[in-house]
Write a protein that binds this ligand. Structure first.
Ligand code: UDP
Ligand code: MG
Length: 248
């Protein structure tokens, strides 16, 4: 799969450039983003030699994860992987897990980690992009641990869309996407699951200093104005790196 860009790392560690005067966490982001231009090809680095840049997008049902992901894709060129959509695709194509997934979703419960991680893994490995938004996953500590084990990777950043329950219920019941779980009965179960299983994951990343909490109330554009600076900072580091490489 992905390997660390050792040649690039060596290039960097031998330099005293100002981009190196960054905190370790910023450097990690920087390292992951410096990969997708012809400049890299000139240095003999292909996109498959890169570490992926992984963003987990968390929040309760109806908190606006998918909507904001679409804006991030449009503005910053990420690949959007909605775990829920990947699972619904399995149902639609009658895969061997289809009926189990359907029943789990109807009950608002969480599909076994192995199934979800494999679907995410397949998408990541077949993508030309290496900047990923993983939307609606991990939904439990068990999901998180399985991802780390199978993928051998952790997220670079984690977004959490914080939304009051009444607002989530209102949005889900009015979104009319024909989903089997967008009804009051299942929604109540999903909110319970969110509190019991998703919140520990959110707390875990808060403790690790990776969590960015975003208030999910307001218009789509207002909310995006909280999201934009996070990715803009990464882009800025990336462009500095490309200038740096051009100077080599
Ligand atoms: N789901 C799951 N694991 C995941 C993502 C989704 O089991 O990693 C199931 C779960 O039953 C969830 C449903 O799929 O309630 C819908 O998830 P989705 O993220 O699409 O819903 P949203 O939170 O966006 O409303
Ligand atoms: Mg969604």
């Amino acid at each position: 799969m992905w390997r660390l860009v050792t040649s690039l790392t060596a290039l960097v560690s031998s330099s005293k450039s100002s981009i190196l005067n960054q905190p370790a966490s910023t450097l990690k982001i920087w390292k992951s983003l410096t990969t997708e231009t012809p400049i890299l090809a000139r240095h003999g680095i292909s996109t498959h030699d890169c570490t992926p840049f992984i963003t987990f997008v968390l929040g309760g049902p109806g908190s606006g994860k998918g909507t904001q992901c679409a804006k991030i894709v449009e503005t910053f060129g990420f690949k959007h992987l909605s775990a829920g959509d990947l699972l619904r695709r399995e149902i639609a194509c009658n895969s061997k897990y289809g009926s189990t997934i359907l029943n789990t979703i109807k009950e608002g419960r969480i599909v076994p980690s192995e199934v979800t991680v494999k679907l995410i893994q397949r998408e990541m490995e077949s993508s030309d992009n290496h900047k990923f938004l993983i939307d609606g996953f991990p939904r439990s500590e068990e999901n998180r641990i399985a991802f780390e084990r199978i993928m051998g990777a952790e997220p670079n950043i984690v977004l959490f869309f914080d939304c009051p329950e009444e607002e989530m219920v209102k949005r889900v019941l009015s979104r009319n996407q024909g989903r089997v779980d967008d009804n009051l009965d299942t929604m109540k179960k999903r909110l319970k699951v969110f509190e019991a299983w998703n919140l520990p994951v959110i707390n875990y990343y808060a403790e690790k200093g990776k969590l960015h909490k975003i208030s999910a109330l307001g218009t789509e554009d207002e909310i995006f104005e909280q999201v934009r600076p996070l990715f803009a900072a990464c882009e800025q580091i990336n462009s500095k790196t490309l200038l740096f490489l051009e100077g080599q």
